[in-house]
Design a protein. Structure first.
Length: 453
């Protein structure tokens, strides 16, 4: 990766655009009123640790849009392919909605955050964070960054701006974090913010409408929005779109960032590069998978430069880390983020080819093609022995990961428009976002699967 990096400590000047806060319309949970922190159920993109797994018992197998096990279906304002996150009995989402044109004839968008009740789907509040000219986006992209929550506040990110809200939807702070994003973006953002103790972490490596693309990695004081440190770079070979993860290993906390071509570990307090591994996958969309304190896998890439690999790390008493490549292959998913579940690493291609690898050797120990659905781009999620493989066209295949040959238990369709959002798991249910709706599907009163797949 050709990077010209600079590290500096700076506070970015605030750009406080006028925001419209809509008062709550539903009953706020008791814990919001008392100030107690909500339980973190699925608090960031891909849930606990960003690994896509929550072992709720009795997760759904079979459904349609009007099945008895659809707990609720809620209409969602605007559009977005961000995923829902959950704390306590509250579901948080981001979206963008058309807001007419400005004086220069440019399309405008309202960038919004909203909260729903997990039990009923009732909208609790909707807050317009800011209004601005609509950036240039990939045809399948809109408000892509998922919120993140600590159970007391919610943070949202829209490429140019980030904000903190309280649990009633009131904006606590709003910061312009990337002034050049809105005019130079080609495909829009692909990463979501994460929390690391009192830090909000944002990774932005966007493909611009110029020869040299720009990227940055920064941390902000989660309470105030004050910038703590920032790495910036320019590169001639594009970009990465994966969301970072936090990895606690070897007696320290590391920030693992999926750059194009390599995965890098940073010290989250200073931005210092701790170690890196060059895998060669280009335009990486997926984040890394980790297991224990020594295993990491990455599966992603584009334009005939896709790779899948696993590495083992050892760190000595001086803090020096050695990287051992266990295996590397040129097969890889294009967009869908992989998952490490029950001692296997799974990935799915855009065309629906699901592969299971032995993480120690790279051996393919399972392969199955999902013939229904188009463009499998949502990240894989799993729980209760089930793997959920979602297509943008509305199909979700449920796979029994413990059965021989990756048995497909069911293939379910909600229809309701095109959307590549990753499902979330909460309260024994699957939260599935479609173009204009959010569905909550639980395992109760579900039809039996129609035969073995």
């Amino acid at each position: 990766m050709c990077l010209r990096c600079s590290l500096g400590v700076a506070v970015l000047a605030a750009s406080m655009l006028q925001a419209c806060v809509v008062e709550p319309v539903g009953e706020a949970p008791t814990t919001v009123a008392t100030g107690e922190a909500l339980d973190l159920v699925w608090a960031r993109f891909r849930g606990p640790g960003g690994q896509g797994i929550r072992e709720d018992a009795g997760l759904p197998v079979k459904w349609t849009g009007d099945s008895a096990n659809v707990r609720w279906r809620a209409a969602i304002a605007g559009s977005g392919n961000s995923s829902p996150v959950v704390a306590g009995r509250m579901v948080f989402l981001t979206a963008a909605e058309a807001a007419g044109t400005d004086a220069e004839g440019r399309d405008q968008s309202n960038y919004i955050a909203l909260a729903l009740d997990l039990d009923t789907g009732t909208e609790l509040w909707k807050t317009t964070i800011f209004t601005a000219p609509t950036e240039r986006l990939h045809v399948n992209n809109t408000a892509a960054a998922s919120p993140v929550t600590d159970g007391r506040s919610v943070w949202v990110y829209f490429g140019s701006h980030a904000a903190r809200l309280d649990l009633r939807g009131k904006i606590v702070w709003l910061k312009e974090v990337d002034p050049g994003y809105r005019t130079a973006s080609l495909y829009g953002i692909g990463t979501s913010p994460i929390l690391l103790n009192d830090l909000l972490v944002i990774f932005q490596d966007w493909e611009g409408r110029v020869v040299v693309d720009e990227g940055w990695l920064a941390t902000f004081d989660a309470a105030t929005g004050e910038e703590k440190w920032r790495l910036t770079w320019e590169e001639e070979s594009c970009c990465g779109y994966g969301t970072p993860i936090v990895w606690r290993r070897a007696g320290r906390t590391e920030l693992i960032v999926p750059h194009s071509g390599e995965v890098v570990s940073y010290d989250p307090q200073t931005g210092e590069r701790l170690w890196d591994y060059w895998h060669g996958g280009w335009q990486v969309v997926a984040g890394a998978l980790v297991q224990g304190e020594d295993m990491l896998c990455t599966l992603s890439g584009a334009h005939r430069r896709r790779t899948s690999s696993c590495i083992r790390l050892t760190t000595d008493e001086a803090g020096e880390t050695a990287v051992e490549e266990l295996w590397l292959t040129k097969w890889s998913p294009e967009v869908s983020a992989p998952i490490w579940y029950r001692d296997r690493v799974f990935g799915v291609t855009d065309g629906g080819v699901l592969i299971a690898h032995d993480p120690q050797t790279g051996e393919r120990i399972g392969r199955r093609r999902i013939t229904e659905g188009r463009r499998f781009r949502a990240a894989l999620v799993a729980g209760d022995g089930k793997l959920y493989v979602a297509a943008s066209s509305g199909v979700i295949a449920v796979v029994d990961v413990d059965a021989p040959k990756l048995r497909i238990l069911s293939v379910n369709s909600l229809g309701d428009g095109w959307n590549g959002a990753t499902p979330a798991i909460a309260d024994g249910a699957l939260l599935v976002r479609r173009e204009t709706s959010l569905f909550c599907i639980d395992g109760k009163s579900q039809p039996a699967p129609a035969g073995a797949g």
